[in-house]
Write a protein that binds this ligand. Structure first.
Ligand code: M6R
Length: 361
C-alpha cells in the first residue's frame, strides 16, 4: 500500500506529477478550460476564500492569482476566525471553501454561514461525497486520490492547480486576460507534471541537507509574492512532522522583527525563483548572511548564479512561469520537511497530537 516507500508521505509527494497530470486532463483538456458553466465570475465583485491549515495556504496563493488574472478583490481567512467574526456578506460575492477531507468543522460552519447570503458557494475538495462538497452550490474535485499522511502534500498542489484554472476562468469571464496570456498560462500549467518530476530528483541532495537542519531549534522560511504563502506552508509542514519550531515570513517583513532571531544556528530557507522581485529578496538574504544566518536558497539556475555566493546551501529548480512557482517549489518544501523528520526519527505519517481530519473545533 505504501508502494515501496517507507512512508505514505513519501509516496504522496512522489505521486504529485501523476496527480497533477490527471487533474490537468480533467480541468485543462485540449479544448480549453473545463469548468462548470454555472461557475460564472462576470457579475461577481468579490471573492472570499476560506479554509484551515495547508488548504488555507493554498487559498493565500490563489488570492494572488485571482487579483492578477481577474482583477477581483479577494479576501482570505482561516475558517475559525471567519465563522465567529460573522463578517458582513454581499450578494455579489463568491465564496470558495477549500478542504482535502471536506469534513473540517470550522470550514463547514463557515460554508453554512455563507450559504444563501452570497451569490454562490464553491467547494474545492478531495472527497466528493463529503459534507462540504454536498452542501456547496458547486463542488470541484481535486482528483488527488486518497491522502493518508497527516501532513498534506499532493492535496495541496492539486488544490493549487484547480484554483489556478478557476482564476484563469475568472480572468476570461471578466475580459481581463487576453487569449495570448491565457494560452501562455495554460501552457505553463500543462508543463507542471514534467517540472515536478524533475524536482523529485532533489530528494537525495535534500536528504543530505536535512541532516544539518535536523539539528536546528528554529528555522525560518522566506518568500515574496505568491511565494510568501509557500513559505508559510513550508514552515507548517516542517513543524508538523519534525517538531522543529519553524516560521514563514514575507521576505520584506524580515527587518520588522524576525531578523532579531538570526545567528549562526538559525537556518533561513529562502524560496525565490528569479522573478521580478528577486533583487529585493536577494538584499533581504544578504542581511541574513551579514548576521551569519545559514541561508538555504531554493531558486532556478539564473537566481543561483546571481545570488548563490555566500549561501550555506542551494537547491536548483527548473524555470517556471512566475505565478505558478509555488506549485513547483512545494516539492522541495515538502521534501525538506520529510527528510528532516526522517533524520530526527519522528513519526512522519502520524505526527503526535495531530489528526488527519479535524471534525471537532
Ligand atoms: O481536510 P482539510 O483540508 O480541511 O484540513 C485542513 C487542515 O486541517 C490540514 O490542511 C492540516 O493543516 C494538515 N495537517 C496540513 O499538513
Amino acid at each position: 500500500e505504501k508502494g515501496g516507500y517507507k512512508h505514505f508521505m513519501a509516496k504522496e509527494i512522489a505521486e504529485q506529477p501523476v496527480v497533477l497530470a490527471d487533474a490537468l486532463r480533467h480541468y485543462l483538456p485540449k479544448s480549453g478550460l473545463n469548468m462548470p458553466d454555472e461557475l460564472d465570475f462576470s457579475n461577481i465583485d468579490r471573492i472570499i476564500l476560506i479554509a484551515c491549515g495547508t488548504a488555507h495556504y493554498a487559498c493565500a496563493v490563489a488570492k494572488y492569482w485571482f487579483e492578477e488574472f481577474a482583477r477581483i478583490p479577494c479576501e482570505i481567512d482561516v475558517a475559525s476566525e471567519f465563522r465567529y467574526r460573522e463578517p458582513p456578506l454581499s450578494a455579489r460575492s463568491l465564496a470558495i471553501f477549500v478542504s482535502q477531507s471536506g469534513e473540517t468543522a470550522d470550514t463547514l460552519a463557515a460554508l453554512r454561514y455563507c450559504a444563501e447570503n452570497v451569490a454562490k458557494t464553491v467547494a474545492v475538495v478531495n472527497v466528493p461525497s463529503s459534507s462540504i462538497a454536498r452542501e456547496a452550490d458547486i463542488a470541484l474535485p481535486i482528483l488527488a486520490g486518497i491522502e493518508v499522511g497527516v501532513a498534506s502534500t499532493k492535496a495541496f498542489t492539486a488544490q493549487l492547480l484547480v484554483l489556478a484554472v478557476m482564476a484563469l476562468k475568472a480572468g476570461r469571464d471578466r475580459g481581463q486576460i487576453d487569449d495570448e496570456i491565457l494560452s501562455a498560462h495554460t501552457e505553463a500549467l500543462r508543463s507542471l507534471p514534467g517540472l515536478l518530476n524533475q524536482a523529485m530528483s532533489l530528494s537525495e541532495p535534500i536528504a543530505k541537507l536535512a541532516e544539518s537542519l535536523a539539528e536546528a531549534q528554529d528555522i525560518l522560511f522566506l518568500g515574496r509574492g505568491p511565494m510568501y504563502p509557500l513559505a508559510l506552508e513550508g514552515a507548517l509542514k516542517l513543524k508538523e512532522i519534525s517538531y522543529i519550531h519553524a516560521e514563514g515570513y514575507a521576505s520584506g517583513e524580515l527587518k520588522h522583527g524576525p531578523i532579531a532571531l538570526i545567528d549562526r544556528s538559525v537556518p533561513v530557507i529562502v524560496m525565490a525563483p528569479h522573478d521580478r522581485l528577486f533583487d529585493k529578496t536577494v538584499s533581504n538574504m544578504q542581511e541574513v548572511m551579514a548576521r551569519h544566518g545559514m541561508v538555504l536558497l531554493a531558486s532556478d539556475a539564473k537566481g543561483l548564479q546571481i545570488a548563490g555566493d555566500g549561501t550555506w546551501a542551494q537547491i536548483q529548480l527548473p524555470e517556471i512561469a512566475e505565478p505558478f512557482a509555488p506549485i513547483l517549489y512545494a516539492v522541495p518544501a515538502q521534501l525538506l520537511a520529510y527528510h528532516t523528520a526522517v533524520a530526527k526519527g519522528t513519526d512522519v505519517d502520524q505526527p503526535r497530537n495531530l489528526a488527519k481530519s479535524v471534525t471537532v473545533e
